[in-house]
Design a binder for this molecule. Structure first.
Ligand SMILES: *Cc1c(COP(=O)(O)O)cnc(C)c1O
Length: 240
């Protein structure tokens, strides 16, 4: 906690964003539904992460394994509820470290990465939660770019080929454009994938739809998101 009585800027921002999430949910007929915030701490120092932990945030996202490795391990013993999500492109040679550090890999973007995650879990005797990343317009990203590709990954998991992996849902990044319709369409495509997968695999429940960042999270909530990954609107601009 801050030593002063006034809440820190970070905790004020968290409060404000939580209110805005509630307002948006109410506006789109989703009041009462739960939305998680994954606080994206890339390029932000450990002190800010601690401030956010002290303000009650427990889910954090990092893009780069090396950076996560430098900031998070000392925090786990102090904050048992802390969950680290890896949200960036994973090189195969970083998968084992990623699995060792995190409880969620939100950016499983290919069968190769899926298999590498399972192998790392086996070696580390650890289970992880994953999201399958869908490629819906952000050209710089990787990801599953069709329902067929998503079905292939999902059936591997459901057939028991990945016993250390729990499939929690789908993740996506909208295209980097001011065109709201394009962003909305990309989100709705992911929601459509979720529905189609659950129809194809009756035993499957995809709890998590992870889309929406600082600039588009309200639109994402209108399009069914229940996990928003927020950096700038809570931590301020990144210092690269
Ligand atoms: C950086 C990043 C975010 C957060 O972006 P902000 O615009 O700062 O909210 C969310 N998701 C991913 C995958 C990111 O790389």
């Amino acid at each position: 906690m801050n030593s002063s009585d006034t809440p820190s800027i970070i905790s004020q921002n968290i409060q404000r964003v939580r209110c805005e999430i509630q307002e948006t949910l109410t506006k789109c007929g989703r009041s009462g539904e739960k939305v998680s915030i994954v606080l994206v701490s890339k390029f932000h120092p450990q002190e800010k992460i601690i401030e956010a932990l002290d303000a009650g945030i427990v889910e954090f996202g990092e893009n780069r394994v090396q950076e996560a490795e430098a900031k998070f391990p000392p925090l786990f013993p102090r904050y048992p509820a802390l969950n680290l999500h890896i949200i960036g492109r994973l090189q195969l040679n970083k998968v084992k470290k990623a699995v060792a550090l995190s409880s969620f890999i939100d950016s499983v973007d290919s069968l190769k990465v899926l298999e590498a995650v399972e192998k790392a879990c086996f070696q580390l005797n650890k289970k992880v939660n994953i999201l399958l990343e869908c490629l819906v317009g952000e050209e710089s990203k990787a990801g599953f770019s069709s329902l067929e590709a998503l079905k292939e990954a999902t059936s591997l998991i459901l057939e028991g080929k990945c016993p250390h992996i729990t499939l929690r849902g789908l993740m996506a990044m909208a295209p980097n454009t001011p065109d709201k319709e394009a962003i909305k369409n990309s989100f709705l495509t992911v929601k459509g994938y979720k529905n189609a997968l659950e129809n194809s695999f009756p035993s499957l429940t995809l709890q998590t739809l992870s889309y929406g960042m600082s600039g588009d999270y309200k639109l994402a909530l209108e399009c069914g998101s229940n996990e928003v990954r927020l950096g700038t609107c809570i931590f301020g601009p990144r210092e690269y």
